[in-house]
Design a protein around this ligand. Structure first.
Ligand code: HEC
Length: 189
């Protein structure tokens, strides 16, 4: 679906087609991660304002994936991952798991700097980027050590295998994870 959309867009704008074949920079990926974070935060804040943390859980359940998938265009795949998951669809692969373990270690010794990792594999035409997501005090309402009974009830309804509680502010909650692949020639025009 998204692939079709990006192909149509690309065929209308030849200059973008050329740009999409160049590997992106870390700054591009950082900006995309920030845009995703802002989009999710806005939905979450609105829902919490209207119906408290239980409504926030339902909103995340409904909106997190569709909001995230909107960023999947022009070769990009964007998402969130973590070592302890709420949504199993966010399960990390081997590279992601290594970075998450490394991020957790780095944050323990230095909570001022947000850890990042990236690489570009020229042979595969693949670029990957991850940026740590740090637990903030507001997050503990749904991810902390003592989540309210009413919140827990909604979490259990949507996520019966939830592992994503017990997080303290300042610790690693997860990461944004982005990958980019050169758009094959056959899909350019
Ligand atoms: C109102 C409850 C609520 C609050 C507050 C909340 N989250 Fe979540 N969080 C959720 C739900 C529900 C999901 C699962 C979303 C989905 O289905 O993809 C989730 C998923 C995540 C994920 C994806 C990994 C996973 O476990 O599936 C990350 C990372 C995350 N939250 C980080 C945070 C951070 C950081 C904060 C604070 C800034 C925060 N959350 C605040 C409810 C919440």
């Amino acid at each position: 679906m998204h692939r079709v959309l990006s192909t149509v867009v690309l065929s209308c704008f030849a200059t973008i087609t050329i740009a999409a074949s160049e590997p992106p920079s870390v700054a591009d990926a950082r900006q995309k991660a920030k845009m995703l974070g802002d989009a999710l935060k806005e939905r979450l804040q609105n829902a919490i304002q209207q119906g408290g943390f239980p409504a926030g859980v339902s909103e995340c359940h409904l909106a997190a994936m569709p909001v995230t998938e909107r960023f999947n265009r022009a070769g990009w795949t964007v998402g969130r991952t973590a070592l302890k998951l709420r949504n199993p669809a966010n399960t990390p692969d081997t590279w992601e798991k290594q970075q998450l373990n490394e991020f957790a270690k780095r944050l323990k010794s230095d909570s001022e700097h947000i850890p990042e990792a990236s690489y570009y594999d020229a042979q595969k035409g693949e670029f990957r980027y991850m940026r740590a997501i740090v637990t903030r005090p507001v997050c503990t309402g749904c991810h902390g050590a003592s989540v309210g009974q009413d919140v827990k009830a909604v979490i259990d309804t949507h996520y019966p295998n939830d592992e994503a509680t017990g997080f303290a502010p300042g610790s690693l909650r997860g990461a944004f994870t982005l990958s980019w692949e050169a758009v094959p020639d056959s899909q350019k025009y």
